[in-house]
Design a protein around this ligand. Structure first.
Ligand SMILES: Cc1cc2nc3c(=O)[nH]c(=O)nc-3n(C[C@H](O)[C@H](O)[C@H](O)COP(=O)(O)O)c2cc1C
Ligand SMILES: [Fe+2]
Ligand SMILES: [Fe+2]
Length: 412
């Protein structure tokens, strides 16, 4: 593939990854992911973020570079915005191929360059306020945006074209379907990328939402014309759209998210499932949107995405060996780990003799700032009275969730 010009003197030299591997060894990417790398040419040549040897990415990068008449030995700088190996895996090989290259990274990135790749020479630390003049009017400005999602992360801004290269910030899962640019993507495909950006956010960036908002503030005064992240679309038609999307996602952690209920359930013998039906009827009676997942069958990556944007959560699972049904503990552990705060929550489930699921559940969620609708535990199968109550609790939760304003309207 050839390099793709995104602005005068700036080209995309990344890779569309199609693989059955899991991203970060955890998250499925059935629709692929892109690892975006960019080359900026003045008198000097800089590559901003690399790739790793994954599904052919290294070969793509070299070929794309070659299509511009550039070989690795011509490159003067590797700007490493973020040291996670999806963007630096090739650093060692590329460094060996180049003769003069200098690694540019944040102050906190310097020890990571040494720890991951062993380089201490030809490494320069930069931070907010520092610039790198490539000549021919191409000047790179650096901004520390720590903890999005690693502590060393920075963003690079090329002033003459107004191009922001923020690495993982504003990133998304989902490979390119035919164009890398937001303004060449159909409305239907924008919906796809929106879901994939939410999933990326909830899986990777979520717990760092306060830092995301700080990062948006840090680059907020720049005259940004293009946002070129390290995963997903290059935003040149409407860069504000992905910024607003990220603002909404970040605010989901600070207050109730959208008026939607994510229902997660698991059942061994169907007793809890019987109550699930009644709870869902109760929610439906109030006309609130639900997304329903069964554990362990459904993948946590998609569960987290739905949880992140929901103001309401329902957990239905039985007791198992004096604790909660283990697949639900796994899901809940992920949800807590990602700091999905400020939810309205209802839990129900069956037990055989003395229960235990509710106690463990209560202990785990103590610090989540969740508003709890009174739980429903029942022995064996649910009675008609239990099912009536379940309907009522589902409806009560839905009525509360319905009051939540649509957050995405604040960030259109
Ligand atoms: C492996 C296993 C362990 C269980 N452990 C407990 C337990 O510690 N305490 C309890 O009250 N019930 C326990 N039960 C009983 C279940 O909670 C009960 O059968 C419940 O109705 C299952 O709900 P379900 O039909 O939704 O799967 C256990 C059941 C199984 C199969
Ligand atoms: Fe990363
Ligand atoms: Fe990344």
């Amino acid at each position: 593939m050839k390099a793709i010009e995104i602005a005068d003197g700036i080209h995309w030299i990344g890779a569309n990854i199609s693989t059955t591997d899991l991203f970060e060894g955890i998250w499925p990417i059935p629709q692929g992911v892109t690892i975006n790398s960019y080359v900026i040419k003045g008198d000097k040549i800089a590559i901003v973020d690399l790739v790793r040897d994954w599904a052919g990415a290294s070969t793509y990068l070299i070929d794309e570079l070659k299509s511009l008449g550039i070989s690795p030995k011509d490159v003067d700088y590797f700007v490493m915005n973020h040291l996670e190996p999806d963007h630096t895996g090739d650093l060692k090989a590329m460094f060996e191929l180049s003769e003069k290259v200098e690694i540019i990274t944040s102050k906190k990135g310097v020890p990571l360059v040494e720890a991951f790749y062993g380089f201490t020479e030809r490494v320069r630390a930069v931070g907010t306020g520092d610039t790198l003049d490539l000549g021919q009017g191409k000047i790179l400005h650096f901004y520390d945006i720590p903890n999005v999602h690693w502590p060393e992360t920075m963003a690079t801004f090329e002033e003459s074209t107004g191009t922001l290269l923020p690495c993982d910030a504003f990133g998304s899962f989902g490979a390119f379907k035919g164009s890398i640019f937001d303004d060449e993507v159909s409305d239907a495909d924008h919906k796809f990328y929106e879901r994939e950006s939410l999933r990326y956010y909830a899986n990777i960036v979520g717990p760092f939402s306060n830092f995301v908002l700080k990062a948006i503030e840090a680059v907020g005064t720049l005259d940004i014309k293009i946002i070129a992240p390290s995963h997903g679309l290059v935003w040149r038609g409407d860069p504000g759209r992905i910024v607003n999307r990220y603002k909404a996602y970040a605010n989901y952690m600070k207050d109730y998210a959208e008026p939607k209920i994510t229902v997660i359930w698991g059942s061994m013998y169907g007793n809890t499932e019987l109550m699930l039906r009644a709870v869902l009827q109760g929610i439906a009676s109030e006309g609130v949107l639900t997304e329903i997942f069964r554990v362990p069958q459904d993948n946590i990556s998609y569960i987290l995405a739905s949880v992140w944007e929901s103001a309401g959560l329902v957990f239905g699972m039985p007791t198992y060996e004096y604790k909660m049904y283990p697949p639900m503990r796994d899901a809940l552990t992920h949800i807590i780990h990602k700091k999905a705060m400020h939810k309205k929550v209802f839990r129900f489930g069956s037990y055989g003799w003395s229960g235990g699921a509710q106690k463990e559940f209560d202990g785990m969620i103590e610090k989540m700032k969740w508003d709890i609708v009174e739980p429903l535990e029942f022995q064996g199968g649910p009675t008609d009275a239990d099912l009536d109550l379940a309907f009522e609790r589902g409806a009560a939760l839905a009525r509360e969730v319905k009051q939540i304003p649509i957050k995405s309207k604040e960030f259109p």
